[in-house]
Every structure is written in C-alpha cells, then in structure tokens.
Ligand binder design. Structure first.
Ligand code: P6P
Length: 315
C-alpha cells in the first residue's frame, strides 16, 4: 500500500509544498482523535460565540481552528492562514511560500447527531496574495471524519484518496478518483424550493419527472447537509451537488464560501474529470473580492452540470 509520504514525493519535488500537506494531514489526524470521543467530553455543544458568518460556533469549531492554526504556525512554509472561523487572515512571522485557506470543521451542525463532518483546505502561492482565483491553487484537499477517516488530495495530477489507519498512517485507497460523466443522483436542499430561480427549478423538476420526463431516466436524491460527505460520494460514484444562488441568499452572493469551500472542492472535482460552475461561470474563474466571499456552487458529473448550465443559458 502507498503511504501519504510516498505519494507526496511522487507528486511534487517541492519539499515545502509537501510539508504544507503533511501539516494539514497531521492536524486532521489530531482532530479525528478528538472528534471520535467528543460526545463523551460533551464537546458538541455551542461555544457561546458567533463567527464572522454570524453562525453559532460549536466548541469543536473553535478547537478545530486552534489545532489547524497550531500546525500551520509551526510550518515555515506557510505565510498566511485564512479560516472560516477567523474574521481576518493570520499573517505568520514566516515568509513562507504558501497561503492556506481552510474550513476547519465543515458541517459542524451535524456533530450533535454523529453525521460525517470535515476539514477542507486550499493551498495557494503566497506571491499571489490573499485574493486569487481558484485556478491558482497548487494543492487542495479535504478530510471526511466518517465511518473511516478519509482524506482526498490533489497536487499535480490525479485526485487520490487516503484512509487513516489505526496506527496514524494515511494509506492510499484510491489512486485516481474519477467522477463518472453521467449520473442519476443529485444533491440539493429541496426545502429551499420556494427560493429557487427558474434554472434550478427547471433542472430539478426534470430530474423528478424521471424516465417519462425530458431527462429520460430515474433519479435519486441525497442531501447529507455536510458538503464533505456529499462531495466524497460524488467523487466515488458520481452525482451533482447544488447550492445555487436563490432569492434568500442573493444578498450575500450565495451560501458557501469561495476560498475555502467552493474553490478547493471545484479543483478536486475538476481534477477527477467533473465540472464546476456558479451557474454563470466556472467557479475556478471567479475573481475573489473578499476572504469570506460566498458563491453559488454547482459541481459534479459533467453531463449533469452541463444540463444546469444550459438552463442558466436560457436566461
Ligand atoms: P443547509 C454546512 O453548514 C454547510 O456549509 C455545508 O457543509 C453543507 O453542504 C451546507 O452548509 C448545508 O446547508 O442549508 O442544508 O443547512
């Protein structure tokens, strides 16, 4: 079996970049151990604070951010940390070559009911500054703390999946994840139908119409409420994830954040042969205007994403 260290050497000659991925892998392994017993320690309750998003912070949101901050502060290759849990970017003393943008604990509202949560991260060259398009990423990954602790990574080439073994080693279980071109599975929060635009409504209605409808096939629906769980499923068996702009999120630009949710996930899905869009443009081409900017997110099997883009093209 290939270990993370062996894979990294094969993926890039840049030892500093390898060290950044290792720092995030080490932070995630530490978090996995904390999450595994969190209910015993009563740590899934609220931390009594709210973050820059105005969301109630769970104790573990704060703990997760602290763990990532500790590992990255120690790494001379990292110059800046951008985190969902921190209002401002943290500029380290080190003039490292890389910026890390992260959602340290995505989906934390699921902690109380033991549903998969995750850590998402994006690595950018420091030279480009804080606001770079997603195409500038040099590495991206996420960890899903589920029945197994899975880490999905992309640096130079294929999207690889690792599982954390009992001894704390990340072992490769998928060498090259591939998102099937076609799929019969979509992921969207259907409780928001009354807010949807015509394109989203049209696309979803076609799916629900099934074999007799314009899509000509039966669809299934999955919505975990935890992006890492939905995206891992799509990387493994295909599908499409939609958090589109709707009448309630328009004022904020969307629901999910560009730098540390949409961009890394889009880069991973595209690296595995899928597609990503805001509905109007590729996510990876969005020019960031702020470190906590939100965008619409539609990504997954190319055939399905193209159908959504076609709906948006109708105006
Ligand atoms: P909703 C979790 O809070 C998150 O940021 C993503 O992980 C998830 O896909 C989405 O929000 C869930 O949103 O509106 O269904 O609660």
């Amino acid at each position: 079996m290939t270990t993370l260290a062996q894979w990294l050497v094969a993926e890039t000659e840049d030892a500093a970049l390898r060290s950044v991925v290792v720092s995030m892998a080490d932070a995630s392994a530490e978090l996995a151990a904390v999450l595994r017993v969190a209910p015993i320690a009563g740590q899934t309750g609220l931390a009594g604070h709210t973050n820059v998003q105005g969301e109630a912070q769970k104790a573990l949101d704060v703990i997760s951010n602290d763990v990532v901050l500790k590992h990255l502060r120690e790494n001379p290759a990292v110059s800046v940390l951008i985190s969902e849990e921190l209002d401002d970017a943290v500029h380290f003393e080190n003039q490292g070559a890389f910026i890390v943008a992260t959602d340290p604990l995505d989906g934390s509202s699921n902690l109380d009911v033991n549903v998969t949560v995750g850590t998402i991260f994006s690595v950018l060259p420091s030279a480009g500054g804080l606001l770079q398009k997603g195409r500038a990423q040099v590495a991206a990954g996420f960890v899903a703390y589920g029945p197994a602790t899975s880490m999905v990574l992309r640096i130079a080439g294929d999207v690889s999946v690792f599982t954390l073994d009992g001894g704390g080693e990340w072992v490769q279980v998928v060498a090259a994840a591939t998102v099937p071109e076609a799929s019969g599975e979509f992921a969207i929060n259907t409780a928001r139908e009354r807010f949807w635009d015509a394109a989203t409504l049209g696309y979803v209605k076609e799916n629900i119409a099934g074999e007799a409808g314009p899509a000509g096939k039966r669809y299934n629906m999955r919505w975990v409420g935890s992006m890492v769980a939905d995206i891992l499923r799509i990387l493994m068996r295909g599908g499409i994830f939609l958090y589109p702009l709707d009448s309630e999120t328009t004022s904020k630009g969307g629901r999910l954040r560009l730098l540390y949710e949409a961009n890394p996930m889009a880069w991973l899905v595209e690296g595995a042969g899928g597609r990503s869009t805001t509905g109007r443009q590729d996510i990876l081409d969005v020019e960031p205007t702020g470190i906590h900017q939100r965008v619409p997110v539609i990504l997954g099997s190319a055939e399905e994403v193209r159908r959504v883009e076609d709906w948006y093209a109708r105006g």
